[in-house]
Design a protein around this ligand. Structure first.
Ligand SMILES: *Cc1c(COP(=O)(O)O)cnc(C)c1O
Length: 555
């Protein structure tokens, strides 16, 4: 049959969603789906409509077939790739489980991490081995393993940074000179740019895919102000950009063109540099070689972001919008990097961009640049070194691949593996029972009837906290007398918006054949305006969560 194997597949599958950007979710017209999937329903013993409905947010509608909805229907668990993205995903998928609010969603999260042996420079790996011991590699995710960084002499950290910065500058001079000479025409301009790259400047890097939500243009909102920042002789600042746009993303390509043009303006020559042919090698040089890693996505579209995590393990500080991983990372230690506020103040995106750009300039001018250039007689800023130590000691451990794998195992792989074993035992005994139970409930559900609702307090009226109430509800269970549960669902109403507070279960007080009587005697707990409703649902302790079989009936 189809349903028992589906239980097995579900119990051993996890859907990791990677983006809230709509273009990142595939949808297919029914006609196109039919062309390729036509033969499957027959082989699976289901109808064409059954198959299509597995990929539709609204079954039996004309919805296109959504790969994400299909994944949600065939995987027991689902996760986003950072805490914030988990919340965004709960909202994005709320329509799949009608009757449950996004706050009740089973969708979880594991924040992405990066592979330290790949992304920490070999110089840093030797440094960590020497200063912290080899244990740091086997215990990457344990902040204790990194504590030794606070005992390292400031000068040694600074020497590491200087070494990596020079290595990066040499890489630019060597590898990009030829390319620029070929592309830019005027050799003297190229030489001038190369000569201007200054190891004593505060170097800020920005490199990633040029998807428009990443707002690579943000820094260029006020060119006069930017020109003043980069041309300050006392406190020199340089920006290095790199990235590629999707071949079909004209807007993203336009951004690259614009940045290249700006980099050729006289006031920005050698101060704003765009490196072509972005790839993992360029990425690694950048995240190990600059002083600051900048990220300016439109919140909350950066599901996780990982390049900033690479920067952390190389003593490079993050300055980023509080989105994706940095929403969590910055909070671990606010003296280990910088954040743009998470309060979205404008609904108009261009206004928001202007505000965010102004914030970036003023944070650079007032906080970041002064901190970097507060140099002592030895040529470095002790406070800057503190930031680096804190970011390596407090933030880097949480964004390693090791921590990520541990989270996946603990939150998803192990619980699913256990449940898979349980429902497969004895020739799939429990899987068969669950599949049969779901079919039984589905067949009887529409025949379940509410016979009577009686309450000694009308909960739809404004009521005060502390007041007691008793509600009794009588149901004709249509053969499901042992399979039903009822709950009081509470929503808080605030500014005309409802948010789900939670639910309180009713007790079964009598069962007489098909007639089940539920009762709830409780007190209103909190002051304020609430909406109360009664939700009936099929209950089976063998299900992993409510969204596994999300039938509900509002009373
Ligand atoms: C790490 C990396 C990315 C991802 O960077 P984000 O900041 O998450 O966009 C993209 N491309 C390359 C080559 C990378 O190394």
């Amino acid at each position: 049959d189809f349903t028992t194997p589906l239980e097995l597949v579900r119990s051993s599958s996890l859907y990791t969603v990677h983006t809230p950007v709509p273009a990142g979710h595939d949808y297919f017209d029914e006609g196109l789906a039919h062309k390729y999937l036509n033969e499957f329903p027959g082989r699976l013993g289901i109808t064409w409509q059954d198959l299509m409905n597995m990929g539709r947010e609204n079954p039996d509608s004309q919805d296109r077939f959504s790969m994400s909805v299909f994944a949600l229907n065939t995987c027991q668990e689902a996760n986003g790739v950072s805490w914030l993205h988990g919340e965004v995903s709960k909202k994005m998928f709320a329509g799949v489980w009608k009757g449950y609010s996004w706050e009740e969603s089973h969708v979880g999260y594991v924040t992405n991490g990066v592979h330290m042996p790949t992304w920490a420079a070999s110089e840093w790996k030797s440094f960590y081995a020497e200063k912290l011991g080899d244990q740091v590699f086997s215990h990457q995710s344990d902040p204790k393993a990194w504590e030794g960084i606070f005992k390292v002499k400031d000068e040694e950290i600074w020497n590491m940074r200087t070494t990596m910065k020079n290595k990066f500058i040499n890489f630019v001079k060597r590898d990009f000179k030829a390319k620029w000479l070929a592309n830019q025409g005027d050799p003297s301009a190229v030489i001038k740019i190369l000569e201007r790259i200054n190891p004593n400047a505060l170097i800020i890097g920005f490199a990633r895919r040029f998807a428009t939500y990443k707002r690579a243009h943000l820094l260029f909102t006020d060119l006069d102000r930017l020109a003043r920042i980069v041309n300050n002789e006392q406190f020199p600042v340089q920006f290095i950009f790199s990235g590629k746009a999707h071949p079909a993303d004209g807007a993203g390509q336009g951004l690259i063109k614009r940045i290249t043009e700006i980099s050729r303006m006289p006031q920005f020559q050698g101060k704003i540099i765009f490196l072509e042919d972005y790839n993992m090698i360029v990425a690694k040089r950048l995240v190990t070689g600059v002083d600051i890693w900048l990220n300016t996505p439109t919140r909350p579209l950066e599901a996780s972001g990982t390049s900033g995590e690479k920067a952390e393990m190389n003593g490079v500080l993050n300055f980023s919008v509080l989105d994706g991983w940095w929403y969590e990372g910055y909070r671990l230690d606010e003296k280990a990097g910088w954040a743009l506020t998470d309060k979205r103040t404008f609904t108009d995106q261009s206004q928001q961009d202007k505000l965010d750009a102004a914030t970036i300039y003023s944070m650079l001018e007032n906080e970041i640049i002064p901190l970097y250039f507060a140099k002592n007689s030895k040529g470095y800023s002790p406070e800057w070194i503190q930031y680096i130590k804190r970011s390596i000691g407090h933030i880097a451990p949480q964004y390693t691949m090791q921590r990520m794998i541990e989270d996946y195992i603990e939150r998803f792989y192990e619980p699913e593996a256990k449940r898979f074993d349980k429902i497969s035992a004895d020739s799939f005994k429990l899987a068969k029972e669950i599949a049969a139970w779901k079919e039984k409930v589905a067949a009887a559900w529409d025949g379940v009837k509410v016979l009577e609702v009686s309450t000694d307090r009308d909960l739809s009226q404004h009521t005060n906290s502390g007041e007691a109430f008793t509600t009794t509800i009588k149901i004709d269970a249509n053969g499901l007398a042992d399979d039903l549960a009822l709950e009081l669902v509470i929503d808080k109403v605030h500014d005309n918006q409802e948010s789900r507070v939670g639910s309180v279960p009713f007790k079964v007080v009598s069962k007489d054949g098909n007639i089940v009587t539920f009762q709830l005697a409780d007190k209103l707990r909190d002051p304020g305006v609430f909406r109360y409703s009664y939700r009936l649902y099929p209950s089976n302790p063998e299900l992993p969560h409510r969204q596994d079989f999300a039938f509900v009936r509002w009373i």
